[in-house]
Design a protein around this ligand. Structure first.
Ligand code: SF4
Length: 251
């Protein structure tokens, strides 16, 4: 077959597949919209059981030895992988081991250490200001309340929830990062796009005892199975109840 005819055939195949998957996702979107509250609660229960089975003992992937290190590592993890953050924090914390030394550190020295995490100028300013406020207002101790945490530079609800959940085991909210945002949408648990609205949806749907571990489980699932751009639906234990599943035999 001449090359151009071959190319046309491949293009036709791709376009048919695209149309088919478009129809499939439109059908699924309609099915989520129609889902009763009772049905959704039953589906959530199964999702939580599957996550507990697949990820029974997940933990925060950011290396830290205390709440101060966790808050700094979480600020650094914005738009950056946890692996990369874990590569820079040993050096950062050996130079500036506590809020007092980090708050007084020269900005360019912090920048130099954290450069590879991206947005390093902004992050350096935030962790320096956060550490200074911890020293001046909180006696060098990371506070345990959402409001106090939100008063620190560079800390929004995601970081505050990580610190409250991981360091203090307090389930005040649900961590919504990029994996949680993407996968809860795919699972039909939320139709919102803004993290705070997604968090509200999840707090309504999930029993509070799951709030802390749910995000860690979903983050692991996003790294191992429901990978962005190439979700492994065939290997996903939630494929029968996921409205976005592309696995064979999925509804
Ligand atoms: S079935 Fe597919 S889209 Fe749904 S959660 Fe699993 S991997 Fe993600």
């Amino acid at each position: 077959m001449p090359l151009s005819a071959k190319k046309k055939k491949v293009a036709r195949k791709k376009s048919t597949a695209k149309k088919a998957s478009g129809k499939k996702s439109a059908k699924k979107t309609r099915s989520i919209a129609r889902e009763s509250k009772q049905k959704k609660r039953a589906r959530v229960k199964t999702i939580l059981q599957e996550l507990d089975k697949a990820y029974p003992s997940v933990e925060c992937a950011l290396d830290h030895r205390n709440p101060f290190e966790l808050i700094v590592a979480t600020i650094l993890s914005a738009q950056c992988t946890d692996k990369r953050v874990n590569m820079v924090t040993p050096e950062l914390f050996s130079r500036f081991p506590d809020p007092a030394s980090m708050g007084e550190a020269p900005l360019d020295e912090i920048e130099e250490v954290i450069r590879s995490t991206g947005f390093f100028r902004n992050k350096a300013k935030n962790i320096q200001a956060c550490a200074a406020r911890l020293t001046e207002e909180f006696g060098g101790v990371v506070p345990r309340s959402m409001d106090d945490l939100l008063s620190l530079a560079g800390v929004a609800r995601k970081t505050a929830n990580v610190v409250l959940g991981v360091a203090f085991k307090k389930a005040v909210g649900v961590v919504v990062d990029t994996h949680v945002k993407r996968i809860t949408g795919l699972l039909g648990l939320t139709r919102n796009e803004q993290p705070e609205k997604i968090e509200t949806d999840l707090m309504e749907l999930l029993p509070q005892e799951h709030w802390i571990r749910f995000s860690h489980q979903i983050i692991h699932h996003g790294r191992e199975v429901c990978i962005a751009r190439r979700p492994q639906c065939g290997a996903c234990t939630m494929n029968r109840i996921c409205p976005s599943s592309l696995a064979d035999g999925a509804e």
